[in-house]
Ligand binder design. Structure first.
Ligand code: ANZ
Ligand code: ZN
Length: 826
């Protein structure tokens, strides 16, 4: 593109900043503003999403620095993970080399964007001096009883040959597929390590109320994910239906009592069946003798299917409230890891139970009625039961057909029924599961455990950390399993021959505390310096994609709470404010390699420069919003920067000195208003509005220079203000212009302009000007002014005061005065 030599300008300032250590946060900073973008996975290329994310944090960090704050703005690499392993296999290299190359390339790209990071604090999670602390933390969690090992059904991707966490399984056309390779996921039973996040479920949920700097949708997502429900556990006696075991001679089996979790104990009189999960122990026992149940359990059950399916057993379940015997089904909509893996079916008041009852010919009975409009609980009357034959009535209401509970409202009935029923208990149930962190993969943190035949699994002692990775070998399975020599070790407890654990940790472990490592990245005695973390944490502004709004943020909150409880951290939440930036789209759809619609930041930077790319992105939309990439928009941003540059240059050359005081004072007030408004917008991270303000001021200044001989001081003050207001977003060119205008030092370290303008007043005045301009146009016409130059001058945007003067000099001053009350306005 035509215009200034952005490449030279940008490189010059990048080098100058680096030489002067402008973005360094000294260790003795007291409480720097902590601004953080989610660290990237080093894929090798910075994409538009990264550029947007990091421009937001960079602009904000720069704004805060200019406002006089100490700033902590670090960057690092989420360097473990599957793609590196796959790439290494493809290219016949190893994940470490591949990752290092990618990091080098992306770091260069970040530097070319002018992001002001404190690179002294860079962290790379695949380096032993980082991941040893994952291992150390694992041991601390273990000491605190927050680690467990159990057999678990896990999602297994047959193609990646790895266990997938729930959130790594995606649903496509009703089929669960692997997030990386789209292969349908199967199930496997494996011994897994878990971090017991469920112990923090209540606090993780309750504390969401205090996260006022988080977007509401994200808070809602976190609440949902934790999914707390209050309800009742009701005990059902399981027995065999009379005559059921006549044909066999094995005698009757004892099944005992099975509890069912329900949020609707008020509907217990409407229970018409009982259902067990296919992998409930009783289902499995029944399946041994009953071929129909076996076929269902082993083949037909489809927990993800749209329709509820089930098979009837010969068992009955006794309703603990009514004494009624209910048929027992094994049904696939009952999940084994929810509640107790058993439920009472109430077709009259639950949609799924209704669908199931219709299919299996189970009675459907109404026991809760909608509350009538004029309902008086004390009147002794009872509303009519609703018709539930076609669909369930799922709201709370008033009990009907429920013996002594008739006439009670649902809430009260739940309490009473729970209290009155022997063996019934209040229960809280969560959707949140413990966090399975075992991955059968090479490129991750080795889980620091040794398996000993006599001692069982034993933690590797702290002094033997880190457990490093063996050399990478290209096998189909887990390379750690194949590393025979590496596996061989001795038991830390008894000294006998033993084997290392071959699972590595979920990489979400790395990212659950990396924000703490930045505080003291080189400390060798602990994962972080507790005192400094107490001073510097929490992160004041976190920015990153909404795709991490559930797991990563939740895990980070969990780690922070554990560290607060056991390692002296004085903060219980890691991120005060969180901004989820929107996506950069192309023609309304997401940029993706598969669609072939990717705009490369590198090409844009080469053609137009980083400042243009950054300014265009920040201007296109509010940071939270999606927006369409537009080459047209990029070009006009580029043209704007060129114009600004031209204005500064010609000012410096001509050094004009005008004399029009009225206009000068108008321009002065515009400068003050712009600074006041833009400052507020920067505070809110609405860079689109902040930069729009600066652009408007540039237009005003240009007109000022075009229409009249500007006052040098005013004009220069205007230009200097624009340069500073744009410095956070377009840091290179503004550095150059600051220099040309004779500014001292770096604009990156200059003082933010201040303004005594009051925003409300400024906006009121602008509206007035806007309205008056229309009036002036009319007056000029009425007054018959026909000197084109004067008309142009008079109606030029924002020149109301000038315009009034022209109008007043016209031949009909009285008319004008009458029409407008001009004297008063002046
Ligand atoms: C009886 C009942 C009556 C229920 C009624 C609901 C409505 P939701 O539905 O999200 O609020 N449940 C219990 N254990 C389950 C399991 N292992 N798998 C699947 N579903 C299970 O969640 C609470 C309800 O989920 C519980 O309340 C139970 O059905 C069902 F009118 O019990 B309810
Ligand atoms: Zn896969």
């Amino acid at each position: 593109a035509d215009g200034y030599d952005h490449e030279t300008v940008e490189r010059r300032w990048q080098e100058a900043w680096a030489d002067a250590d402008v973005y360094r946060t000294p260790d003795d900073a007291t409480d720097p503003a902590y601004v953080l973008g989610m660290y990237p996975y080093p894929s090798g290329e910075l994409h538009m999403g990264h550029v947007r994310n990091y421009t937001i944090t960079d602009a904000y960090a720069r704004y805060l620095r200019m406002s006089g704050e100490e700033v902590l703005h670090p960057m690092g690499w989420d360097a473990f993970g599957l793609p590196a392993e796959n790439a290494a296999k493809e290219r016949d290299t190893n994940p470490r080399e591949w990752t290092e190359e990618c990091i080098a390339r992306m770091k260069g790209q970040m530097e070319s964007m002018g992001f002001g990071y404190d690179w002294e604090r860079e962290i790379t999670t695949c380096e032993p001096d980082y991941f040893r602390w994952n291992q150390w933390l694992f041991s601390r969690f273990h000491e605190e009883g927050l680690v467990s090992r159990r057999d678990a059904e896990v999602n297994w991707c047959p193609s990646c040959e790895t266990v997938l966490a729930d959130e790594q399984v995606e649903l496509e056309d009703g089929v669960e597929i692997c997030w990386r390779c789209d292969t349908p996921v199967t199930q496997r039973e494996l011994s897994q390590w878990f971090l017991e996040i469920t112990r923090y479920a209540d606090e993780l949920l309750d504390a969401i109320d205090g996260l006022e700097g988080w977007p509401d949708p994200v808070r809602g997502m976190q609440r949902n994910w934790i999914g707390r429900q209050y309800g009742t556990r009701l005990p059902f006696e399981i027995g065999e239906a009379p005559g059921a075991s006549d044909e066999d001679d094995t005698g009757s089996t004892e099944y005992g009592t099975v509890e069912a979790f329900t949020t609707r104990a008020d509907t217990v009189f409407g229970a018409t069946f009982f259902a067990l999960a296919p992998d409930h122990p009783i289902s499995e026992t029944v399946a041994e003798d009953d071929p129909e149940v076996r076929r269902f359990v082993e083949e037909e059950a489809d927990p993800e299917g749209d329709e509820p399916n089930g098979v009837r057993t010969d068992l009955t379940a006794t309703n603990p409230v009514t004494g009624e015997e209910l048929p027992v089904f094994v049904a696939d909509f009952v999940l084994s890891d929810v509640g107790t893996g058993a439920l009472m079916g109430v077709p009259g008041h639950d949609d799924r139970d209704h669908a199931f009852a219709e299919k299996r010919d189970v009675p459907i009975e109404p026991v809760v009625a909608p509350v009538p409009d004029d309902w008086n609980p004390d009147s002794g009357t009872v509303p009519d039961a609703p018709d539930v034959s076609e669909s369930a009535f799922t709201d709370d209401g008033v009990l009907v057909n429920s013996e002594e509970y008739i006439g009670l409202e649902s809430e009260a009935a739940r309490e009473r029924i729970t209290a009155d029923t022997e063996g019934a208990e209040e229960a809280t149930q969560y959707r949140l599961r413990d966090w399975g962190i075992s991955r059968q993969r090479y490129w991750g943190t080795p889980i620091p455990v040794v398996h000993c035949e006599s001692c069982g699994p034993v933690m590797v002692p702290d002094e033997d950390l880190p457990v490093e990775l063996p050399e990478f070998v290209n096998t189909t399975g887990n390379p750690l399993d194949a590393a025979e020599e590496w596996k061989e070790t001795t038991c830390p407890d008894c000294g006998a021959e033993a084997e290392r654990e071959t699972d590595t940790m979920d990489t979400f472990v790395d990212s659950s505390w990396y924000f703490l490592r930045y505080v003291s990245p080189d400390i060798e005695s602990a994962p972080f310096d507790v005192e400094r973390a107490n001073d510097w944490m929490p992160v004041d502004q976190y920015v990153g994609g909404i795709e991490h709004a559930v797991m990563h943020l939740l895990y980070s909150r969990f780690f922070t709470k554990v560290l607060a409880d056991h390692e002296g951290l004085e903060h219980r939440e890691p991120f005060t404010d969180y901004l989820a930036q929107g996506m950069v789209l192309l023609d309304g759809s997401k940029m993706s390699k598969s669609k072939g619609n990717v705009v490369s930041p590198q090409e844009i930077v080469a053609e137009y420069g980083a400042d243009t790319a950054r300014l265009f992105m920040m201007q296109a939309a509010q940071p939270e919003r999606d927006f369409d990439w537009s080459e047209e928009g990029v070009r006009s941003t580029h043209a704007f920067l060129n114009r600004l540059r031209g204005m500064v240059e010609s000012f410096v050359e001509d050094d004009p000195d005008g004399d029009d005081d009225a206009v000068a004072s108008y321009v002065e007030s515009e400068i003050a208003a712009t600074v006041a408004i833009a400052t507020e917008e920067y505070e809110e991270l609405t860079f689109n509005r902040a930069t729009r303000e600066a652009q408007d001021l540039v237009r005003t200044l240009r007109q000022y220079a075009d229409y009249t001989e500007p006052h040098a001081e005013t004009y220069e003050r205007g230009l200097a203000a624009v340069v500073r207001l744009l410095a956070p977003v377009a840091p290179h060119l503004t550095e150059e212009l600051h220099d040309e205008l004779g500014g001292e030092g770096f604009v990156a370290e200059a003082d933010w302009p201040d303004s005594d303008a009051d925003r409300e007043h400024a906006e009121h005045r602008r509206r007035l000007v806007e309205n008056t301009r229309g009036d002036v146009r009319d007056i000029i016409e009425v007054a018959g002014i026909d000197d084109p130059e004067r008309i142009e001058l008079a109606v030029a945007p924002d020149w109301t005061y000038r315009a009034l003067e022209v109008a007043l000099e016209s031949e009909s001053p009285n008319l004008i005065g009458d029409l407008m009350g001009v004297e008063e306005i002046r």
